[in-house]
Design a binder for this molecule. Structure first.
Ligand SMILES: Cc1cc2nc3c(=O)[nH]c(=O)nc-3n(C[C@H](O)[C@H](O)[C@H](O)COP(=O)(O)O)c2cc1C
Ligand code: SF4
Length: 426
């Protein structure tokens, strides 16, 4: 169950292989788009809903429901946007898709555009991926020449004008509303939700915004059917997931795994386990905004609901292994500094909370902290989770909070003594 057979891969390629248009068509590429265009959009939307596909950008929102919300909007001018900002540290799976299988992604975008009735769209690609942008631009050109993109696709009357938009180099621009503002030529800052992009997105029009991996799943679902797709995963987490595996393991890279596999199995089967004479101390799951998990929890299956029950956020599917040579506090500090750098400063809990946390974490590393500082860290992190304006601040304290639950002893041991803060820091 936890190994995929060859015919069940969604991203069926070897790591170094680039599939060009000819190769992709030889694999059956664009037959899903043809099939979708032969039917009413609602037929494909039902198929996606039935497949149970959930967004792979982090929030795991059901994709079929999002498609339907845009489709049913009374406004007829609609947009499609592919979120290829891939800013989450430790995540590199969207780059893998765009580098190796750009045509599968674009076919998915075209099918999704047809489903929601969008005739114009953007792929918002991370500024740090210039070679990917080039490859995608070439792919769009090749598809237009082949009559598979642009005006009157396959002679069906459906048209899609698709553009590459280079990101603004900010982590926050991956947040969907900040991303839309960035395309509109404004500062990449988050907007109030609701209204959601499905109601009022790009230039106030209903907009479908999905992650690269989400959209690249669509052709295979349309081609092989919702039942096949749902059979690959678990009841509430269907299909497969691309994992970006890094850190202290023998093999780092991308793995495609079926939902239901455990984290321990991923680390062993794909990562080849910890480095020689080392053991796993902690695993960061979900990137900088994810959590730190001790080895005892690694038998948890990769499943949105089961992970949520034990406080694990799968997020974008980044897994970073820390072995017994690592300091948990130092690792947390890296994440805090990252968020401090990326916070836009608009709201107080995130702006000030991160500054306070950064100072206290520094005290722990310099052996200047007192036991009472542990409670202060907890208080700041929880306030940020509950009161920040956007997802950045709401998730920025996740690894800190989980480290205080599972590795509290490390903080306690780093405290000098129980004297009060004034005396200690003098
Ligand atoms: C601070 C922040 C950064 C984000 N960065 C990304 C990103 O780089 N790529 C992405 O697909 N989603 C990112 N998201 C999630 C998006 O806001 C949005 O949920 C996603 O594009 C929806 O697509 P999906 O339903 O296919 O997952 C980010 C969210 C937040 C709060
Ligand atoms: S939570 Fe942070 S990033 Fe988000 S709006 Fe507030 S200050 Fe900006």
């Amino acid at each position: 169950m936890n190994k995929l057979s060859k015919e069940n891969y969604i991203f069926d390629i070897e790591p170094d292989k680039y599939i060009d248009l000819e190769g992709y068509r030889a694999m059956g590429g664009f037959s899903a788009l043809k099939k979708a265009l032969e039917n009413e959009p609602s037929v494909s939307i039902e198929e996606i809903k039935k497949s149970g596909l959930r967004g792979r950008g982090g929030a795991a929102f059901p994709t079929g429901i999002k498609l339907e919300m845009v489709r049913k909007n009374e406004e007829t001018k609609r947009y499609i946007v592919c979120n290829a900002d891939e800013g989450e540290p430790g995540t590199f799976k969207d780059r893998f898709i765009m580098r190796h299988l750009p045509y599968q992604l674009i076919e998915g975008i075209a099918i999704a555009a047809y489903m929601v009735g969008a005739s114009k769209g953007y792929i918002y690609v991370r500024h740090e991926y210039p070679e990917v942008q080039l490859k995608l631009r070439e792919s769009l050109e090749a598809l237009k020449n082949a009559g598979l993109l642009g005006n009157n696709i396959m002679g069906t009357g459906f048209s899609l004008d698709l553009h590459i938009f280079s990101g603004a180099g900010s982590y926050l621009c991956g947040e969907e509303t900040a991303l839309l503002s960035s395309i509109e030529g404004r500062k990449g800052r988050p907007r109030v939700k609701p209204p959601y992009p499905t109601q009022s997105g790009l230039w106030g029009k209903p907009t479908l915004i999905n992650n690269v991996e989400t959209l690249a799943n669509i052709p295979r679902i349309i081609e092989k059917g919702a039942d096949w797709y749902a059979s690959l995963g678990t009841e509430n987490s269907s299909g497969t997931k691309l994992i970006s595996l890094s850190g202290d393991v023998n093999n780092r890279g991308i793995a495609e795994v079926p939902f239901g596999i455990t984290f321990a199995e991923i680390i062993e089967q794909f990562g080849g386990g910890p480095l020689p004479r080392r053991s796993v101390k902690a695993v960061n799951i979900g990137g900088a905004s994810g959590v730190l998990v001790p080895p005892e929890m690694l038998d948890t299956p990769l499943d949105y609901n089961k992970c949520a029950e034990v406080g694990i956020t799968i997020g974008s599917g980044a897994i970073f292994v820390l072995d017994d040579t690592r300091s948990i506090i130092k690792n947390v500090q890296n994440r805090v500094k990252f968020f401090l750098h990326e916070s836009c400063g608009k709201c107080t809990p995130c702006r000030e909370g991160l500054r306070q946390i950064d100072g206290i974490v520094e005290d722990f590393l310099e052996e200047k902290a007192a036991k009472s500082d542990i409670e202060s860290l907890e208080r700041y992190a929880v306030t940020m989770q509950q009161a920040s304006f956007c997802g950045l601040g709401q998730a920025a304290g996740n690894s800190l909070v989980s480290s205080l639950v599972h590795y509290r002893k490390e903080y306690e041991e780093a405290c000098v003594n129980d004297t009060d803060d004034v005396e200690k820091k003098a």
